[in-house]
Design a protein around this ligand. Structure first.
Ligand code: XMP
Length: 317
């Protein structure tokens, strides 16, 4: 019978044995998987683990500050890197979804490599890979795939010469959450919805500007807070907002407006492979629509995505 405590004991012992006195560097995303993986490695080797958390300018509103703070509470040694401008520059003028992913992956590798260089004698790269990432092709879009395509180009960054340690690569998401709870990681991190590595960049259809990111952050914030305040957040696998590349006509007072449209998305899923749109209550959706249109400048229309996966995907890009 599998228990989280057994898994933790065995894994920590194995990590100690494998890593010994070596140093490990690890990129954190703010999500459940990398947080749990880092906490396990930290249990095994303590201060020899250095974590890197990058602000790519594509996170949710307030996410960078809040996540950095909660990592510090966990006792992790985290270096926060503000690289917003670097990512915005790398994305300027790019509209194609896969080109966006490549540009983000490349910028991330550069930033991470810079940081890894600052750690003397590091030998290992920690990763929060979980079992579905290993078996399934979400990784076609995921960070490991980006690393692979870079790999093919040649000229490996130094951190890629490191040996990889992936303590969660036999677990499913619900098991990762159980392990996280047994490690006493705050529920705020454990219960967090999955969020894609390229962040809001793949929820802004068309090219990325800082102004569009700010607009989407506000919309997303209202929606996510709304889900939390109405007790709906934990009933949803993943939720967010998408900024559409179109404008629509509206009316405000006696003025005609011509502004942006946002789509709200909330899905139920077990592993992200398939997903059903969630039948959120109409009065909740109505409330969200009013709040978003009243409070977010430049948005005059809200729609709700009622597509399931397949044939749609969870993200729009
Ligand atoms: P899709 O859109 O393929 O998404 O149904 C399935 C799950 O994967 C996440 N996702 C990504 N995660 N990098 C990531 O790290 C990506 O490029 C990426 N694309 C999608 C998505 O948020 C969902 O949880």
């Amino acid at each position: 019978d599998w228990t989280s405590d057994m898994f933790i004991d065995i894994t920590v012992a194995e990590l100690k044995e494998r890593i010994g006195d070596d140093k490990v560097v690890m990129g954190l995303s703010g999500g459940v998987d990398s947080s749990v993986a880092a906490t396990l490695i930290h249990r095994a080797i303590g201060e020899n683990l250095t974590c890197v958390f990058v602000d790519n300018g594509l996170l949710r509103k307030n996410e960078y500050e809040e996540v950095l703070e909660s990592y510090k509470t966990l006792g992790l040694n985290v270096i926060g890197v503000d690289s917003k401008q670097r990512f915005y520059d790398a994305l300027a003028g790019i509209s194609d979804p896969e080109t966006k992913r490549k540009a983000i992956g490349k910028a991330f590798i550069e930033v991470f490599d810079d940081e890894a260089h600052k750690i003397d004698g590091v030998k290992w790269l920690g990763q929060g890979t979980i079992y579905p990432d290993v078996i399934e092709s979400v990784s076609v879009k995921g960070p490991s795939a980006t690393i692979k395509s870079h790999h093919n180009v040649g000229g490996l960054p130094d951190f890629m010469k490191l040996s990889v340690v992936e303590p969660l690569n036999t677990l499913f998401k619900d098991e990762v959450r159980e392990v996280g709870r047994a490690l006493e990681i705050p529920e705020k991190i454990i219960g967090r919805h999955p969020f894609p590595g390229p962040g809001l960049a793949i929820r802004i259809l068309g090219d990325i500007t800082e102004e569009k990111v700010k607009t989407l952050q506000e919309v997303d914030y209202i929606f996510i807070q709304g889900l939390k305040n109405h007790g709906l957040y934990d009933q949803v696998w993943q939720a967010g907002a998408i900024l559409l590349p179109i404008q629509s006509v509206g009316v405000m007072g006696d003025e005609r407006t011509y502004e942006r449209v946002v789509a709200l998305r909330a899905v139920g899923s077990v592993d992200g492979m398939t997903a059903d749109w969630i039948h959120l209550p109409y009065d909740f959706l109505g409330k969200m629509s009013n709040e978003i249109i009243n409070r977010v400048k430049g948005v005059n229309r809200v729609v709700y995505d009622i597509s399931s996966k397949p044939p749609a995907t969870i993200e729009w890009e």
